[in-house]
Unconditional design. Structure first.
Ligand code: PEP
Length: 252
C-alpha cells in the first residue's frame, strides 16, 4: 500500500525563536500513525535546528530545494550531500515558485530529481498548470510534458524512490483550492501517465496535492482515491492548522 504524507513547506518564513516554538509544538503533539508520514521542509539556515529539535520524533524534515550539482564552484547553491549532513529525508524539487521566480524548467526539475536520489534524499517533485493553461484546456498537456521530462531525464525507476506533488499554480497561496474532483482528475491523469511506463511504480507512487490546503478542506481532498496527502504552504506555519491537517490524513 502506498504511503500517505503531509509535508509542510515553510517557504522563506521564520526566525530562530519562532521556528523553535513551532518545532516544539509540532513535536509535542504529533504521534506516529501507521501508514502516514509527516514532515516539514524548512529554510536552509534552520535545518540544524530542525534536526536537533525533531530527532526521534514523528516529524521528519527536509529542504525546499537543492542544487542539481553534487559539488563545485556554484556560489550560493546547496548540494544534496550537504542536506544529508543534516539528516534531511526530503527535498522539494521544481516548486512553481522556483520555476516562475527563479527560471527553473522541466530540465532542471529532472536534473534535481537525479541529484536528490544520488544523495539518498526522497525528492518531492512538483508539477502543475497555471491558470491560463487551465483556462485554455491545457492542464493535461502541461502535466504530460512535466512528467515526461522527469521520465526522460531519470527513467521511470527514479519515481519508485520519489514523491510527486500536484500543485496547480493558481491554487498556491491564493486561497483558491482545487475542488476534490479537480484534484482527483489531475492525480489520476498523473498516475496514468506514469503507469504507461510502469504500472507497478505508478500504483505505489504517493501523489500529494498542494494549493491552499487548510484544516477545513483537507479531509475532503484526502478522501479522493488518488490523493495520498498534501504539500502545505501557508497553513504549515501555524501549529494548530498543520496538526489539524495531519489529523485529517490520519483519519482518512
Ligand atoms: C506550496 O507552497 O507548496 C503551497 C501549497 O502553498 P499554499 O498551501 O500556501 O497554497
Amino acid at each position: 500500500m502506498r504511503g500517505r504524507l503531509v509535508v509542510g513547506n515553510w517557504k522563506m518564513h521564520g526566525e530562530l525563536a519562532a521556528t523553535a516554538r513551532l518545532l516544539q509544538a509540532l513535536k509535542a503533539a504529533l504521534t506516529p500513525v501507521e501508514g502516514c508520514a509527516f514532515a516539514v521542509c524548512v529554510p536552509f539556515p534552520y535545518l540544524a535546528q530542525a534536526a536537533e529539535a525533531l530527532r526521534g520524533s514523528a516529524l521528519a524534515w527536509g529542504a525546499q530545494d537543492l542544487s542539481e550539482h553534487d559539488a563545485g564552484a556554484f556560489t550560493g547553491e546547496v548540494s544534496g550531500n550537504m542536506l544529508r549532513d543534516f539528516a534531511c529525508r526530503y527535498a522539494i524539487v521544481g516548486h512553481s515558485e522556483r520555476r516562475t521566480l527563479h527560471g527553473e524548467t522541466d530540465r532542471t526539475a529532472g536534473a534535481k530529481l537525479g541529484a536528490a536520489l544520488r544523495s539518498g534524499l526522497t525528492p518531492i517533485v512538483c508539477v502543475g498548470e497555471t491558470l491560463a493553461e487551465r483556462e485554455r484546456g491545457d492542464t493535461e498537456a502541461v502535466l504530460a510534458r512535466q512528467i515526461d521530462a522527469l521520465l526522460q531525464a531519470q527513467g521511470v525507476g527514479a519515481l519508485a524512490r520519489s514523491l510527486l506533488a500536484y500543485e496547480p499554480v493558481w491554487a498556491i497561496g491564493t486561497g483558491h483550492t482545487a475542488t476534490p474532483d479537480q484534484a482527483q482528475r489531475a492525480h489520476a491523469f498523473i498516475r496514468g501517465r506514469i503507469a504507461a511506463a510502469d504500472a507497478a511504480i505508478a500504483a505505489d507512487l504517493s501523489v500529494l496535492y498542494g494549493g491552499s490546503v487548510k484544516s477545513s478542506n483537507a479531509r475532503e481532498l484526502f478522501s479522493m482515491p488518488d490523493v495520498d496527502g498534501g504539500l502545505i504552504g501557508g497553513a504549515s506555519l501555524a501549529a494548530g492548522d498543520f496538526l489539524a491537517i495531519c489529523a485529517a490524513l490520519s483519519q482518512r
